[in-house]
Design a protein around this ligand. Structure first.
Ligand code: RB5
Length: 152
């Protein structure tokens, strides 16, 4: 199950992604916003990030004007690795290497067609769990988050 959210700057991308998900019968919940009236992106970042962090949703997708503000907000929630993606390689590698659990994109920098392409790659790429170095590095991210990281 995928958690979706956006602000007014990303609603065009979210609408295109919903069409992609509907065509493939992929289950999702749309946490808003639902119009292009100006809203505050941290609200939607928080709703989607807490939904993913709770384990109820496997992955999330967030869109704002640049993808940046909404990713910063999502990354404040414990357990979230939100990545701003602007090309196909990034969409793949952030799943394979970072085990990103939220894809962020910007409606003012990414086309709807590209956003759908990046979504398809993100949703269909697994984490490289069998490669120890990636598991180790993601664990380091968790240690930083938990205040127990050391460089010794
Ligand atoms: C809203 O105008 C814009 O600031 C927002 O969509 C996003 O780009 C912030 O990072």
């Amino acid at each position: 199950m995928i958690a979706l959210g956006c602000d007014h700057g990303g609603i065009n991308l979210k609408t295109a992604i919903i069409k992609y998900l509907d065509e493939r019968n992929i289950e999702y919940k749309d946490f808003g916003c639902y119009t292009d009236d100006s809203v505050d992106y941290p609200i939607y970042a928080y709703k989607v990030a807490t939904a993913v962090a709770s384990g109820e949703f496997e992955l999330g997708i967030l869109c704002c004007g640049t993808g940046i503000g909404i990713s910063i907000a999502a990354n404040k929630v414990k357990g979230i690795r939100a990545a701003v993606v602007s090309n196909e390689f990034g969409a793949e590698m952030t799943r394979r290497h970072n085990n990103a659990n939220i894809l962020c994109m910007g409606g003012r920098v990414t086309t709807e067609d590209d956003a759908v392409k990046f979504t398809d790659i993100f949703l269909n790429t697994p984490f490289s769990a069998d490669e120890e170095r990636h598991t180790r590095r993601v664990q380091m991210l968790k240690d930083i988050e938990n205040g127990v990281f050391t460089t010794d």
